[in-house]
Each structure stands twice: as C-alpha cells, then as structure tokens.
Design a protein around this ligand. Structure first.
Ligand code: AMP
Ligand code: ZN
Length: 470
C-alpha cells in the first residue's frame, strides 16, 4: 500500500513498525459545538483509511482523543477557550457541553457509517499523564516556566518545522496578524504545555499541578493520549491539514523530546472541505451539519459518497449543486444494485471474475487511498461481463471499506419496489426523477399525479424515493 507521507512529502510504501500491526492515532473533535460536515470529511476519509488497512489484513488499533479542555480559538496559545465559549453560549457547564457534543459527534459518525475508534479518551481523564510528561520535559530542559505558564522551548530542537510545506514566517504563532505576542516566551514559536495564568478568570476546569492550579495546552493532550494507549512508537497519525501547524508540529516536538527517539513514521492529512467563500469553519458562524443535510432530505450516506468521489489530498468544494449531483449518482447506483438483487439466484460468485474486480478496487486503494478511483471500480462492477451474484459479492466486499451501504440499500429497494410495480409506473418514476434533477418541479408534480392515477404514491424520504401502492 502506497501512502503519501506529509513528513517526507512523498508517496511511500506503508511499512508498520511491527509486521501485521498498525498503531493509529487520530485527533478527535473539540466538543464545544456540533461537528460541521468539513470536520466530518476528515473523519470519513480517516475511517476509509482504517477500514482499508483492516481489509488489507492489518491488525489495527486506533485511538482518538476528545478535546474537552485547552483548545484555544487561535490553535496556539491565544484567543478564547473554545469549551468555555461553548458553555457561555449555552449557559451550561463545560462538562455538560462536552458530554452533549461528544454524544452528538458519535451520533453523526454513526449516520455516516464511521466506525468508533478502538479507544476514545477525553483529555480531562489524562491530567496525570500530562503532568508526568511536562515534568520530564522540564527536567530535560526542553521546557521552562515563565509568567506562571510552562512553555516548550523550540530553540532546543535541531528542526522544529518538520512538515515544511509552508514558509516559516507564515507559520510562527504569535506573529500572525491579529494575534498578540506573549511576552513570556523565549522564542516566538514556543508553545504552552501547561497554563496556570489563565487569562480567563472564569476558567472552570483547573487541576493541581507542581506549577500551581491550572490546565493543559491542547497539543500535549494528543501526545500523551497516543503514548498512553499506543506506546512509544506510532505508525500513523491522522488529522485535517490545518492540524499540521501548529498542532502536529508541536506534538512531534514534545513527544520526541520526551522519548528521545522518533515517534511517528507516517502522517496522513485530509485536505479541507471549502465553501465557495473559503474553508468551512465554525468561527465563521454558519456551518453545515449532518442534521441540516437530513432536514433538507439528504441521506447522510450521500454526503459520504460525495466525499469519496474526491481524493483526500485535494480540497473539496461544497455546494448544494455538487451534493445534488452526488445524490443522483448515489440513487442511480443503488437502483442498479437493486436490479442485481432482483436478478440474483443466490449462487456462489464466479471466483475469477470476482478476483478481477477486486484487483481493480485494491489497485485504486493501494494508490494512496484513491477513493475516487475506488468509486470507479464500483461502476466497473456494474458494467462487468459477469452474473448478478458475482457483482453483488464484489459490491459487498468493497463496501467493507467504502461503507456506502450499497447492497443493504439495494435489498431494501428491491423488497420495496418488487416486481409488482408495472413498467408503466417505473417509466413515469424515471421521468419524474429526471424532472426533479432538472429542477422542473412542476413537471415532477404532474408526473406524481399520473403515477397516483395508476394507483401508486410517491414520497421523498431520507433514504430516497419511496413508492407504495395506494
Ligand atoms: P476540531 O473539532 O476543530 O478540533 O476539528 C476536528 C477535525 O476536523 C480536525 O482534524 C481538523 O483538522 C478537521 N477540520 C477542520 N475544518 C475542516 C474542514 N473545513 N475540512 C476538513 N477537515 C476539517
Ligand atoms: Zn491532536
């Protein structure tokens, strides 16, 4: 399997530390609000990566944190505490907010067929681990105390900007426009490991530490939670591309300073979901959630399909028109699979034909998780010169990774539509689908009335078009 490694800026053959096993870490959500569909693009693509590794035979252990303390709005050491901001907005405690949005996050993940990682650990459960690592960094002189806070001293490293995709001057925290400089830092790039001098008098969550009552910085959370569950050597670390700096850069700095050796070999970064006016982000106020997609009549799996149609290393532009195109394609796909279900004789697949189809799929996925080509491999199944049972077996096999629910949906459709529906009605249904796609709703309504006169009711549901006998 070839994977692009952000650390080396190259596609590389993936070779884990221990043969057959993968230690995988993912930066989890900051649970101060609902996840937006941009955040979920990252989690969908990471889910595909994990599932493909399992499909390829690896024994994967995947760990994810829940950021419930320490993440400031600047991603660095300045700005508001995101959790506190959420609590104030909703007149609740930080822990109530964390609990509510953690559940909401996993509910959204379930709707998108995103598997829950093997270990999910909230940062607030690991204070002792943070204190242990920070104490060690102080002992080794990689950290210092200034103005009440504990900082990591980036000047002690040979190389701090390890990802190096961007110019250093664009990256330095504390010199970016609109961000005030922290006079306590020895070097501009230094970052906080532990805050005791909170600029927020109302900071709710504080813990005793050797340096006084305080709370951890966001970056130390991921290093410690990863080491706690995955040990000293990580195979792969995932996150959205915006996490590369400062978050992942700081994670590497402090983890390797603490461990005294290389920490993680592969870095997998998912590029952003953008709107036509830029990156989708919560700070801009309006953002799209899974619930909103559902309210507008979209099956969440249509959004998953939309994401898989593009490669994770390309930014993806969201528009309703693009989503509508994905919806049409997804419905066509499930309808074609439903026809296969009807044709199926329940026979064993033709092994040679199945292997050939599977080879197309694995070639796409081995090529840096090229889901766009993997979707093409799904279409290749439909076009293939083989029987329905072989095709269904291939679709079910690919879906272990893609999790688009194609075969399940096809079975539902086949059971719902069944042979009883006259071809005349099916023809009108197809014309109505085309009219809706062309946004000719007057014609679509006319066609629905015609269908009703033939004794069938048409209804749009989250799962797609439903047809029932009146
Ligand atoms: P947060 O909850 O802000 O910590 O972000 C959760 C994850 O979503 C992180 O891995 C981010 O890098 C990622 N992320 C944030 N915005 C976007 C976006 N517009 N598109 C894709 N991923 C994003
Ligand atoms: Zn992280």
């Amino acid at each position: 399997m070839k994977l692009y490694n952000s650390l080396t800026h190259k596609e590389e053959e993936f070779v884990p530390n221990e043969a057959g096993k993968v230690a995988m870490y993912t930066c989890g959500p900051t649970v101060y609000h609902f996840a937006h569909i941009g955040n979920l693009r990252s989690y969908i693509m990471e889910d595909v990566l994990e599932k493909y590794m399992r499909y390829a035979g690896y024994d994967v252990k995947r760990v994810m944190n829940i950021t419930d303390v320490g993440h400031l709005t600047s991603d660095g050491d300045t700005g508001d505490d995101k959790m506190l901001k959420g609590a104030k907005r909703e007149h609740k405690t930080v822990m109530e907010i964390a609990d509510f949005y953690t559940k909401a996050f996993f509910a959204d993940c379930a709707k998108l067929n995103i598997k829950t990682p093997d270990v999910v650990e909230p940062a607030t459960h690991c204070i002792d681990e943070f204190i242990k690592v920070i104490s060690s960094l102080l002992e080794k002189d990689y950290a210092y105390e200034a103005g009440g806070n504990i900082y990591f001293d980036t000047s002690k490293l040979d190389k701090y900007y390890v990802f190096g995709d961007l110019a250093e001057e664009d990256l330095e925290v504390g010199v970016r426009e609109g961000v005030e400089e922290d006079g306590n830092k020895r070097n501009k790039a230094d970052f906080v490991l532990w805050f005791t001098k909170s600029k927020f008098d109302d900071q709710e969550l504080k813990w005793e530490s050797p340096w006084g009552l305080g709370y951890p910085g966001w970056h130390i959370e991921c290093s410690c939670i990863s080491m706690k569950h995955l040990g000293e050597r990580l195979d792969i670390h995932c996150g959205g591309i915006d996490n590369q700096f400062p978050h992942h850069t700081n994670e590497i700095a402090q983890s390797e300073a603490f461990l005294g050796h290389k920490w993680c070999n592969y870095w997998f970064h998912v590029h952003h979901l953008n709107t036509t006016s830029g990156k989708m982000s919560k700070s801009k106020g309006e953002f799209l959630t899974v619930s909103l997609l559902e309210e507008k009549g979209y099956d969440p799996l249509v959004y998953r399909f939309f994401c898989l149609q593009s490669h994770y290393r390309k930014s993806l532009v969201f528009s309703w028109e693009n989503l509508d195109n994905a919806k049409q394609a997804y419905e066509k796909l499930t309808a074609r699979a439903a026809a296969l279900v009807k044709e199926s004789k329940g026979a064993a697949p033709d092994q040679a034909a199945f292997d050939k189809l599977k080879a197309g799929f694995t070639a796409a996925m081995d090529d840096d998780i090229n889901t766009s080509n993997a979707v093409t491999a799904v279409y290749d199944v439909l076009k293939a010169d083989t029987d329905a049972d072989t095709k269904l077996a291939a679709l079910a096999d690919f879906d272990k990774v893609l999790s688009l629910g194609i075969v399940d949906k096809a079975k539902e459709l086949a059971a719902g539509s069944s042979a009883e529906i006259p071809s005349e009605v099916m023809e009108l249904l197809e014309q109505r689908r085309e009219a809706r796609a062309a946004k000719d709703f007057a014609l679509a309504d006319e066609l629905r009335d015609k269908i009703a006169m033939l004794g069938y009711a048409v209804r749009e549901t989250r799962q797609g078009t439903e047809i029932t006998k009146i």
